[in-house]
Ligand binder design. Structure first.
Ligand SMILES: [Zn+2]
Ligand SMILES: [Zn+2]
Length: 226
């Protein structure tokens, strides 16, 4: 197959395939290939049975690529879909979703008169200073003059396992989520340990978000009082 620059045509898959399922411990042989195609025309080569695939709009994907598509949408990407091995968009989507309620509450509570809270529901793509792409989800306080304060969670291409948090113009916290680190090192833990490690990771990010939002607001107030 020659790589094509035009967007891939979405194709509804046969209900069941004849490939072995990639899921660990699954013996099913009715797997279908993930339908993800990236900007270079490369396909994901994993196959999944109906118990283990994920679908978006009726199209079969592996769970990671379903996450990528849920994160950034399939259309309106003139530069094409992220590389097939790029975890960044789905990682930002997961972490953003888990932090959403907390960040929203923190910003709403810190809003002053005339400010409105705005949530960006999808992961957006930006050109990063480093030359690669940056995948980002953000929450904002705006008023009639424009942007007052932004909290963003992002991942930069080339360092796709590190979650970074920006409040205002500065990065205030960063780290590799424990489940990614474990996967990288091939460590397996119990569900309970997993929950505990996730909770610690999010508590860490939340602590730094709150502190940075407060610091930003304090500066705003001093400026207003002058
Ligand atoms: Zn399976
Ligand atoms: Zn896939």
């Amino acid at each position: 197959m020659t790589p094509s620059l035009s967007p891939a045509i979405a194709r509804f898959p046969a209900t069941e395939g004849d490939l072995p399922c990639r899921a660990q411990g699954c013996a099913n042989h009715n797997g279908v290939l993930c339908h993800y195609v990236d900007r270079r025309g490369r396909r994901c080569d994993t196959a999944w049975c109906p118990n283990h695939w994920a679908t978006v709009g009726g199209i079969v994907y592996c769970r990671r690529h379903a996450g990528t598509i849920a994160a950034i949408g399939y259309f309106d990407h003139p530069s094409g879909m992220p590389d097939v091995d790029n975890r960044a968009p789905s990682l930002v989507n997961w972490v953003g979703r888990d932090l959403d309620a907390f960040v929203a509450a923190t910003l709403v509570q810190s809003a002053t008169q005339g400010e409105t809270f705005v949530r960006e529901p999808v992961v957006s793509t930006h050109a990063d200073r480093s030359g690669g792409r940056r995948y980002e989800r953000c929450w904002k306080l705006v008023d009639h003059t424009g942007l007052r304060l932004v909290v963003a969670v992002f991942v930069v291409e080339g360092d796709e396992t590190t979650i970074r948090v920006r409040v205002g113009s500065g990065v205030v916290a960063e780290g590799v989520p424990p489940w990614i680190e474990r996967h990288r090192r091939g460590i397996e833990v119990t569900e309970e340990t997993d929950r505990g490690q996730r909770a610690l990771f999010y508590a860490f990010l939340q602590k730094h978000i709150v502190a940075a939002v407060r610091a930003n607001r304090a500066v705003d107030q001093t400026l207003q009082q002058r």
